[in-house]
Design a protein around this ligand. Sequence first.
Ligand code: PLP
Length: 414
Amino acid sequence: MNPFDALESNVRYYCRRWPAVFASASGSVITDENGEEYIDFFAGAGALSYGHNNPLFVEVAVEHLRAGRLMHSLDTFTPEKRAFLETIERTILGPRQLDMVVQTVGPTGATAVEAALQLAQRLSGQRAVVGFEGGYHGMSYRAASVSASMAGRETSAHLKDFVALPFVEHVTDADLELLERTLRSTVNGQGIGAVIIEPTQGEGGARPFDPAFLTALRRITRELGILVIADEIQAGVGRTGPFFSFEGSQLDPDIICVSKSISGLGLPMAINLVRRDLDTWNPGEFTGTFRGNNLAFATSTVMMNHYWSDATLEKNTEQLATTVRDALATMAEQHGAGRFSVRGNGLLCGLAVGDTELAADISRHAFERRLIVETCGPGDTVVKLLTPLVIDPALLDEGLRRLALAVEQATAAR
Ligand SMILES: Cc1ncc(COP(=O)(O)O)c(C=O)c1O
């Protein structure tokens, strides 16, 4: 028996879908130990929006290691953290008029969500949280409790003071009436302290909320004194085009959770952006050994300086997204007339095929063609495309060609 089967927990997942031993990677291509090359439309579940081993970040990381800079620094001061803070203010917060401070948390998205919920509870004095069907916020106890779509949710215990509202694609008066009624209500005797929302859902099926709903959500929560937490862990850092996926609406969140691609290089890193006047933490009140990954500060600074000092990347993402959506629309028309639909926002895209087995078959046939693509959404019925934002257009076309063949093969077999 190979060591993976013999020694690794049964919980392993992606390796079952893509049973290769991946040995190296560059840009949008991963190479296995036999030298087979795979086009990557998965991008580390959104953690590699800037490609594998982007030379810009590798150079700074290697220099960091060679020069004996700090690797582990908790939340002490370092030159890397100083540069990171100055750069996020100059390139991201300042231009968007976001008067926010940076809270470094442990390295996972779930930790950022934990911290956001804890701060919201302490600020509002209310424990109940409203989220949305299809929302996914991580696997820690509290993050999983506010995730309405989570594998294994049935088998784990959950905080009871949570309520999930339906996803809103095109807002109606009835949606707003339900929202307001829910926000004015209590859950298990607890008032609502916060709303947590992925402005564009990732695991829930690559689907953006109607920006008009996000704007209305902000208006109503502001009237009622309820905090808004935007989970930008998957859709943020440029995935949908702008740096944050809520841009274009008036959501104006109180807390923004950011992780996955924020280091650029794919290093573990998570932060919360907290409205300055809400930053009421006591020193050391929320801790964690691995908060403030100093190497990730260095690579993240290069990422923001290089990609977010002007609008080039954002425009490029819009162009690539048009290519992807057009290709998916053709696949939907040719192989799923009336049954398939195209989803997405920027380069967080999906082909909704309405059938779990079919979506899995498409992913499997894609892998046989050396294309890595995953599934998501209700019952895993959506084929999700998370191509690197920096993918070469010719490689994107080749990946889409392979995907179209996989869709054809999977549908023909039915
Ligand atoms: C929107 C969103 N929030 C939170 C998380 C949890 O992040 P992590 O897996 O790093 O804990 C994820 C992970 O996929 C996510 O997509």
